[in-house]
Design a protein around this ligand. Structure first.
Ligand SMILES: Cc1ncc(COP(=O)(O)O)c(C=O)c1O
Length: 380
């Protein structure tokens, strides 16, 4: 249902959107800015007046060279990423990195530290264990995944090669308040799939960062890897070329015929972020959006309950339950009727999850908060 026809949401909360578009709270693939979609739509048919679309031109041709360079430049500019790091556009999603990271860097007999803070780190740990020794140094399951480790709580492993962590836990709606400190001599690897470019990027102490595209950056199937150049050497074991970071870097992310559309879309999305005012603005919007929804929870006299402990609350994924879970299907139905889509929580958590990445207008969060308040008043 479009916003023009929605019922209980106040008129002031309604964003003038293209007819038929909803406020889409999907955790990923997620909503994208209309102007980005419209540019990509035009580029599908005719890219820069060349008479062919982005899906139709060679990944080795002059025009695509320029497009890829522009995407990398925009990506670097948004994150203020220095040339000490290579930027790779890799296929197969962030999940591919769960295996590639240890395959390249975790030598036989060595180990790596992995705090488990949710579904995605559990998967990274499982894949890591297929390759080598993974030290599960913190178990979020002991805390119902409602928080991440507190300062001083992590016991890192002397001699470990790296520490892998996920800065924002998409499924449970928690974030790290500050990055963990790896063991002496070890480096930090960060899964930033759901919070990349939702706040200023701090690469201090981080040698390796990866993020799938489908939340803050554009389409799925595209993974950005930011890797400190000293790590771009032959891997610790023999690997096929597609699994080697050094080979991807040498081939400028075109070892094979790559996902050219995704490479372009990330660039268009990064240009949009720059036009909006960059990461300080993205952070401010993320905070405003999450504050709106959290206030609706806090002021509901216990009708709504947030999942995350407040100091670890994610700014982009807000999970909440109704104190009376029987009301949740009705809420989801009413929200959908009000043009608020994809609010159902992940299958492991149940409840509701409002994913509000860069492209979610603040008005979307306002509309959700209004519907939550109204629903609590009528059903409390
Ligand atoms: C934090 C995090 N890491 C990894 C992934 C896996 O990404 P992909 O599905 O692109 O492989 C996701 C997907 O939602 C995620 O949220």
């Amino acid at each position: 249902m479009s916003h023009a026809t929605q019922g209980k949401v106040s008129a002031s909360a309604v964003r003038p959107m293209a007819s038929g578009r909803v406020f889409n709270f999907s955790a990923g693939p997620a909503t994208m800015p209309l102007e980005v979609l419209e540019q990509l739509q035009a580029d599908l048919v005719d890219l820069r007046g060349g008479g062919a679309g982005i899906l139709e031109i060679s990944h080795r041709g002059e025009l695509f060279e320029k497009i890829l360079q522009e995407s990398e430049d925009a990506f670097r500019k948004v994150g203020n990423i220095s040339q000490d790091y290579a930027v790779l556009f890799l296929p197969a999603g962030a999940t591919q990195q769960f295996g590639m990271l240890p395959l390249n860097f975790l030598a036989d007999g060595a180990s790596a530290d992995y705090p488990d803070t949710g579904v995605w780190t559990s998967k990274a740990i499982a894949d890591g264990k297929e390759v080598g020794k993974i030290n599960e140094i913190w178990k979020g399951a002991d805390f119902g995944y409602r928080r991440t480790p507190r300062a001083g709580e992590l016991k890192t492993t002397p001699g470990s090669t790296y520490l892998h962590y996920c800065s924002n836990n998409t499924v449970w709606g928690t974030r790290w308040v500050a990055p963990p400190q790896p063991a002496a001599g070890a480096w930090l690897a960060r899964d930033a799939s759901s919070d990349i470019y939702a706040e200023p990027l701090d690469l201090k102490g981080c040698a390796f960062l990866y993020a799938s595209g489908q939340k803050n950056l554009g389409p799925s199937g595209m993974t950005m890897v930011v890797i400190r150049r000293d790590l771009l050497k032959a891997p610790v074991r023999k690997l096929p070329s597609m699994l080697r970071y050094d080979e991807h870097a040498k081939a400028e992310s075109r070892l094979n015929t790559p996902a050219t559309f995704g490479m372009h879309a990330v660039g268009v999305m990064c240009q949009w972020i720059l036009r909006q005012g960059g990461l300080v603005e993205m952070q401010s919007r993320a905070k405003t959006r999450s504050d709106l929804v959290l206030a609706a929870i806090r002021n509901s006299n216990g009708f709504w309950k947030a999942n995350a402990e407040s100091e670890c609350q994610s700014f982009v994924n807000v999970l909440f339950h109704a104190a009376n879970p029987k009301l949740e299907p009705l809420f989801l139905k009413e929200a959908a009727n009000a043009g608020l889509a994809a609010l159902a929580g992940h299958k492991v958590t149940g409840g509701m999850r409002a994913s509000m990445y860069n492209a979610m207008p603040v008005e979307g969060a306002k509309a959700l908060a209004d519907v939550m308040v109204d629903f609590a008043q009528r059903n409390g």
